[in-house]
Design a protein around this ligand. Structure first.
Ligand code: SF4
Length: 409
């Protein structure tokens, strides 16, 4: 039985971004941002469709010029997901984006500083029932706060920036708020979100800003967001990667699925790290399998193991798996051998059986294997015995290395 851990969630209020709930126990959502010119509404919509297909729940577009607001007016009615307008320095763009019908605004308190302008936007958003994200960014902190905290960006300064903005919103009775306190430093953003979660129950949008290109950017963002999510902090997430935004959406979706915070949509491929006992190029076969499954919506755990000695046992919790042995693959379902296939058919057979199990269940697959499973079991035992005979218990040949070390003393 697969072990699952549920992380108690920090209780937050719920807001609606279009028809997507954020906070208040709603499923954690994945966000990303288009990189097209918003004024080019066709190109932007193409990217929004691609993001939605990759599992993105909410998409943000920049609204940096009046033409972008006009683009939003064309994008919003055709978008399959709610649209957030990112407002930079001009409060007028926020008013235009609201007019264009966006489902949420993002304001950076470090960039729009005039309290009257902030309140004007909040009043207009309130009238239209549109939420606002207070998006504090470590790299563009309000200069007064920067000075107050000794010319340093600290978690306290970032939290204070968010709370200052909330006070302006309070003045006009606006509370459809979510907050982010992003930084490119992982320890800084973790501490800022922890402090923020301790003093507010508004939903939180997590992110490590300017994380960089994958894989290091993905790793940094994962380190920050996963730490917080495991503490129950965070209601919506965004990977900020220097990459195609579709990569951000996929990474977001995968992070939530990995933590058991969203239902699995695609294959969970597990594969052994390979070792001296491997009888196949595990890296090559695992990559080939990843490619073959692609975007297929098959929410099963599938294993690719390098040998039949330990493979089926180590992957016994997988729904389906294949272990290599003597130029052939041993297919197993729920740990039971069901079929033997030539090495070059391993991946194709894996995909075929995954589709069958997804449609009919593992029990039906075991019934389907009624005529092949006895022979498959015998073949696996033969290959297992042969591997042990050839490679012994010490598959990595450590003993001869140790003997060599002793000789050189
Ligand atoms: S013992 Fe077999 S299954 Fe385990 S890592 Fe080595 S090759 Fe992979």
């Amino acid at each position: 039985m697969e072990f699952t851990q549920s992380f108690p969630r920090h209780e937050t209020k719920q807001i609606m971004v279009g028809d997507v709930p954020v906070g208040g126990g709603a499923p954690i959502t994945v966000q990303s941002m288009t990189v097209t010119k918003t004024a080019d509404h066709e190109a932007t919509l193409q990217q929004i469709y691609a993001l939605a297909a990759a599992g993105c729940d909410i998409v943000r577009c920049t609204c940096n010029e009046p033409e972008a607001a006009e683009g939003l007016a064309r994008i919003v009615p055709r978008s399959p997901v709610p649209i957030v307008a990112d407002i930079h320095h001009q409060y007028r763009r926020a008013l235009e984006a609201l007019e264009a019908g966006v489902h949420c605004l993002r304001l950076n308190p470090g960039n729009i500083r005039n309290p009257e302008h902030i309140k004007l936007v909040a009043r207009e958003a309130k009238d239209r029932n549109v939420p606002i994200r207070i998006g504090v960014n470590g790299g563009s902190l309000h200069p007064d706060l920067y000075k107050k905290y000794g010319g340093k960006v600290t978690p306290e300064a970032m939290v204070e920036s968010a709370l200052d903005e909330i006070r302006y919103f309070d003045d006009v009775g606006f509370d459809l708020i979510k907050i982010s306190v992003k930084a490119s430093s992982v320890p800084l953003m973790i501490e800022a979100y922890r402090q923020l979660a301790a003093v507010t129950d508004y939903p939180l949008h997590l992110g490590v800003t300017e994380a960089g290109p994958p894989p290091i950017g993905t790793l940094k963002a994962t380190a920050g967001m996963a730490t917080l999510l495991a503490e129950g902090i965070g209601d919506t997430i965004r990977y900020s990667l220097t990459a195609d935004p579709v990569e951000e959406a996929k990474a977001g979706r995968q992070l939530l699925e990995t933590l058991g915070l969203r239902e699995r949509k695609n294959i969970d491929l597990i594969s052994c790290p390979s070792c001296g006992r491997a009888e196949v190029d595990v890296v090559g076969i695992a990559n080939e399998a990843m490619e073959a499954f692609g975007e297929r919506e098959i929410p099963l755990q599938v294993a690719v193991m390098g040998c039949v000695v330990n493979g089926p046992g180590e992957a016994r919790d997988a729904d389906l798996g294949i272990a290599a042995g003597n130029q052939r693959g041993h297919l197993f379902v729920k740990g039971q051998n069901v079929m033997v296939v030539p090495e070059d058919e391993m991946v194709g057979t894996l995909v075929e059986w995954a589709e069958f199990i997804h449609e009919h269940g593992a029990d039906a697959a075991l019934v389907k294997a009624a005529t092949t499973k006895d022979a498959a079991k015998r073949a696996a035992e033969e290959d297992r015995a042969r591997n042990l005979n050839d490679r012994g218990d010490d598959a990595n040949d450590s003993e001869s290395v140790i003997a060599e070390i002793r000789r050189s003393h």
